[in-house]
Design a protein around this ligand. Sequence first.
Ligand code: UDP
Ligand code: MG
Length: 316
Amino acid sequence: MKLSFVIPIYNEEKGFLKFYDSLLLPELQKIKYDYELILVNDGSKDKSLEIIQKLAEDDKHIKVLAFSRNFGKEVALTAGIREAEGDAIVTMDADGQQPPSLIHEFIKKWEDGGEIVIGVRGKYEKHGLIAKAGSKLFYKMLGGMGVKDTVPGSTDYRLIDRVVADEYNKLTEHGRITRGLMDWMGFKKVYIDYVYGNRLAGKPSYDFKKLFGLAIDSFVSLSTTPLVLFGWIGVLITIASFILGVFVIIEEFIMGDPIHLNWTGTTCLSIFISFLIGLVLISQAITALYISHIHAEAQGRPLYIVDRKNSRNLKK
Ligand code: UDP
Ligand code: MG
């Protein structure tokens, strides 16, 4: 029996060694199975690559999979899972926010028959309003993607069985959210609540904008900025004419035109028409997004490109 650990790394030079030496390694040494640690360098611009290459030289448990540039965490996780040879695979972040001391609990649930063991945050945490609304929206959108039984707060800190990994490796889409796809796949899921800690060092590379982009990415993909822009114009027109329409109805028909604006039938009609134009623009943009997504998938480009020269101890 062998376990694989997959950790995506992007600009983590400040904290990674500390994370590995003081948090991860002590736990790995307690595991009764053989293990491998796959560190995916996602095109870091700092010294992360050198640091993990050095680790891999001294410890043959460690594999370094180096990307030729930054492809994003979701793709890095996918690459790591494809490289993994273990009977179960654990994915976790490199910054210490997902406590490695929990892996024994993950392994226990797996031994008890869980095929996907999912770390869930939030139960013991307090969140701001915006963060709460944001994550609610995110899970709504996942729901729209066909992922019905996602538990809010599910994170990428999870363990998957070999059978799940084999199926996951068959998926080919480009705009992907790892946890969304896994939840979509089914299998026997088990949940573990944990507290999302603080970063050991460095800054998070996912800000609100990137997270929002990630959410959009799970439906459609690649550069569609002009189309999206028209969609937003449509949203503005729709909202503006809706508000105006409501105002006219209340002012003219309910209150009997107290401020003597003398709305005519033509004005009402034009407000209604611009409302419809807004809707048309929005639906057009949505259609265009789907088409561009089909286009991207049809191109069939590889999901990522491995930098073979800088990688270490890989299976092929
Ligand atoms: N990461 C990555 N590629 C990126 C951004 C992040 O591989 O483009 C890694 C990062 O090194 C960390 C994990 O993904 O191990 C989570 O990133 P971060 O801590 O920035 O996100 P958050 O904690 O906000 O989810
Ligand atoms: Mg983090």
